[in-house]
Design a protein around this ligand. Structure first.
Ligand code: SAH
Ligand code: SF4
Length: 351
């Protein structure tokens, strides 16, 4: 495993500093940053407007290798899944979702996840390690290339792959800044969504970043008892605290939060749950995203019938809650999160 930082790990300022530290004018650092983050070029020799001595510095100081990638396409859902190998032999996944005019990439923030939600395949793995900012951006860069080959431009980024983004705060926020930079990822902050189970410190810090990122809280239940069975992790905000945080986030950023609610048969998807949820969210400025559960082999949870999902949605609507049901396309993608990597690992170990 290379001990050097990845070329994608550097901030804009660090590229300039690197140039200066080697007697090269700082604007060469701007150019290198643009090659990597805007054009997706990691090999210094391909950075045609850089002087040779600075290209040599990049080679020497940074890991400039392109990541090993494997794409698979699901024609049924028009989603493309990326498996990206990591130097330590592990891997992560990202998903590209082409849906009408919208092209969304779903990125991972960690290898595995320490939170261990009982219904989630990523949680089964535990945490193997955090991704660096560069490894998060590598997923985006590869997905952008894929999108371009399909004649599309990435319009949205969601941190909804493997991992809990707020438990890898610094790397995630560094990556988000680069994604948001018009000279790099070029994705508007409102089109970048951070999905979290709700961790107090991280939510507060995110609100203070001065950006209008979309914040999505994984709620999954209208009562703390059911919720803590699904998300058995210390330090997760209680439902009352989540409501306060939603309010504060709106006050600090001007952005309404989204509540994600994975619908699981016989757990949280009854009419009673829907009514309880509507009562809870009455007067809260927010949208609810209903995500029909994607069944995982080996986990006992089931997706409700289409009729139950419709009924749940109708109850919320009749009580004037803004609600969206994730379409087949969308939720199949989430099903991929965690599972693709498991498949890859199994395939590798069988070899
Ligand atoms: N750790 C963060 C972000 C990654 S998970 C979080 O939990 O919010 C992104 C979303 O996918 C979460 O709302 C999560 O509950 C949901 N999810 C996980 N496994 C799922 C499954 N099998 N079916 C449907 N949604 C799932
Ligand atoms: Fe982690 Fe999110 Fe999966 Fe929970 S749902 S285990 S927080 S990735």
């Amino acid at each position: 495993m290379s001990a050097l930082p990845r070329i994608t790990d550097l901030t804009h300022a660090q590229f300039r500093d690197l140039a200066e530290a080697h007697g090269v004018r700082p604007f060469r650092g701007d150019q290198a940053y643009e090659w990597v983050m805007k054009k997706g070029v990691r090999q210094p020799d391909d950075m045609s407007n850089l002087p040779k001595p600075f290209r040599d510095v990049l080679w020497e100081k940074l890991d400039c290798k392109d990541p090993v990638t494997k794409w698979s396409n699901d024609p049924q859902t028009t989603t493309d899944k990326l498996y990206m190998g990591l130097p330590d032999g592990d891997g992560v996944e990202a998903v590209l979702i082409c849906d009408g005019r919208r092209t969304t990439v779903c990125l991972s923030s960690q290898v595995g996840c320490p939170v261990g939600c009982t219904f989630c395949a990523s949680g089964l793995l535990g945490l193997r390690r955090n991704l660096s900012a560069g490894e998060i951006l590598d997923q985006f860069i590869e997905a952008r290339k894929r999108a371009r080959s399909l004649d599309r431009r990435i319009s949205n980024v969601v941190m909804m792959g493997m991992g809990e983004p707020l438990l890898n705060y610094d790397a995630v926020v560094h990556a988000l800044e680069v994604l948001n930079d018009p000279e790099a990822g070029g994705i508007g902050a409102r089109h970048i969504t951070v999905s979290t189970v709700g961790l107090g410190k991280g939510v507060k810090r995110l609100a203070q970043e001065g950006k209008q990122y979309t914040l999505a809280f994984s709620l999954h239940a209208p009562d703390d008892e059911t919720r803590s069975e699904l998300i058995p992790f210390p330090g997760v905000l209680s439902i009352a605290e989540l409501m306060d945080s939603a309010h504060e986030y709106l006050r600090d950023t001007g952005r309404e939060v989204t509540f994600e609610y994975v619908l699981i048969e016989a757990v949280n998807a009854s009419a009673k749950h829907a009514k309880h949820l509507a009562d809870l969210l009455k007067g809260v400025r927010c949208t609810v995203n209903l995500i029909p559960y994607n069944e995982n082999p080996g986990l006992p949870f089931r997706r409700p019938t289409p009729g139950s999902i419709d009924r749940f949605e109708a109850i919320l609507r009749s009580r004037r809650i803004k609600v969206a049901v994730r379409k087949r396309k969308g939720h199949e993608i989430l099903a991929a999160c965690g599972q693709l990597r498991l498949r890859e690992r199994r395939a590798t170990s069988a070899e």
